[in-house]
Write a protein that binds this ligand. Structure first.
Ligand code: ITT
Length: 191
């Protein structure tokens, strides 16, 4: 079976990808290739960060690999937190603090429209590819649901009457930003 590295330190993303890809490929984690580095993601676009992470693994470890960068773009906040979604409430990737700050900044806003965008960068041999997936929705006024991760409890996709955190992983993956970008990745990998 073909092996490919997913350059992420986020176990939730790894689980989602493995569920979507199934047994078509063996997805290796960074730990499985002995990489425990703090991979830089200092670009100011999702595409730039995804490429930065994938290139780092290719250059330092030699594996074909892919990486994703995801942002939640909220219209009433001028597109924030956007590319800074992981560090919205400060350094430390603290999802509870990020969600609290977003709820606070959205207090009193009537336009609650938002979208998740994922860009996946794939490096195979000398070739680089990028794939985008997005899902439209709105920001709820409080948390709903226990599943998922990150901003899932406060994001309700237009296709659903509940938040991503109220949905099964299968239901989320079928319509999500990452699910849609991953479908394009899988198409490329199976060409
Ligand atoms: P890696 O860079 O190691 O892949 P990360 O958690 O830093 O992991 P991102 O920079 O792509 O990942 O994530 C940006 C933020 O958006 C982060 O706070 C995540 O919790 C959140 N996020 C990403 N995908 C999400 C999803 O499907 N649902 C809810 N929140 C998500």
């Amino acid at each position: 079976m073909k092996e490919i590295v997913f350059a992420t330190n986020n176990q939730h993303k790894l689980n989602e990808l493995r569920a979507i890809v199934g047994d078509r490929f063996r997805i290796l984690s960074l730990a499985e290739i002995g990489c425990h580095d703090d991979i830089p993601e200092t670009a100011d676009t999702l595409e730039g960060n995804a490429l930065m992470k994938a290139r780092y693994v290719k250059e330092h470890y030699g594996y074909d690999c892919f990486a994703d960068d995801t942002g939640l773009m909220v219209d009433a906040l001028g597109g924030a937190p956007g590319v800074y979604s992981a560090r919205y409430a400060g350094p430390g990737h603290d999802s509870v603090a990020n969600v609290n700050l977003l709820l606070k900044n959205m207090e009193g806003k009537t336009d609650r429209s938002a979208r998740f965008i994922t860009v996946i960068a794939l490096i195979m041999g000398d070739e680089e590819y990028t794939f985008e997936g997005r899902v439209e929705g709105h920001i709820l006024t409080e948390r709903h649901g226990e599943a998922g991760f990150g901003y899932d409890p406060i994001f309700q996709p237009v296709e659903s009457d509940c938040s991503f955190a109220c949905m099964s992983s299968e239901a989320k993956n079928a319509i999500s930003h990452r699910g849609r970008a991953t479908a394009k990745l899988v198409k490329k990998l199976t060409e």
